[in-house]
Write a protein that binds this ligand. Structure first.
Ligand code: ATP
Length: 143
């Protein structure tokens, strides 16, 4: 019999200015796909704390939350189980820390120039969150 389960993750769109003053966004790569760092919310853990923790664990980067960007949801199969997944995203400003990708889960973590990000993202939900992030960055006068 088919079963459905729910999963809840939180993640971040982390930005920084590079040495030339150009805006960059932190992405992670799993196999061939680039997306934003995220991970499971632990039981009883606040979403914002989970998002900051996962950014740190997956990429080694310390960041601070600037604003909430919204949630997305998608479905995927895990064996016979259908998973309905919800992910809550925050806009975050880079504070410091060298990039150290979490070996078990991701293949690469990298700051990309903001102009390159649209072409790198492949999931529609990521594109939607990135559009919101860009609007926020415009409001903040960062772009
Ligand atoms: P987390 O990063 O939240 O700890 P995970 O690495 O276990 O979770 P996902 O990244 O959600 O899991 O990936 C699970 C499945 O869903 C994979 O098959 C992946 O290709 C797919 N997937 C990942 N992100 C998306 C998305 N934004 N839209 C649709 N499918 C996605």
């Amino acid at each position: 019999m088919d079963r459905t389960e729910w999963e809840f993750s939180a993640g971040g769109v982390v930005y920084r200015k590079n040495d030339e003053g150009k805006l960059e966004i932190l992405l992670i790569r799993v196999k061939t796909r680039w997306s934003f760092p995220k991970g499971n919310i632990e039981k009883g853990e606040p979403k914002d704390k989970a998002a900051l923790r996962e950014v740190k664990e997956e990429t080694g980067v310390d960041a601070e939350i600037i604003s909430y960007l919204g949630e997305v949801d998608y479905w995927y199969n895990s064996g016979l189980i259908r998973i309905h997944k919800f992910v809550y995203y925050y806009l975050m400003k880079y504070l410091g820390g060298d990039i150290v990708p979490q070996k078990e889960e991701i293949d690469e973590a990298k700051f990309h120039l903001i102009e390159e990000v649209d072409n790198l993202l492949s999931y529609p939900t990521d594109k939607k969150i990135f559009d919101r992030a860009k609007k926020e960055l415009e409001k903040l006068g960062e772009i």
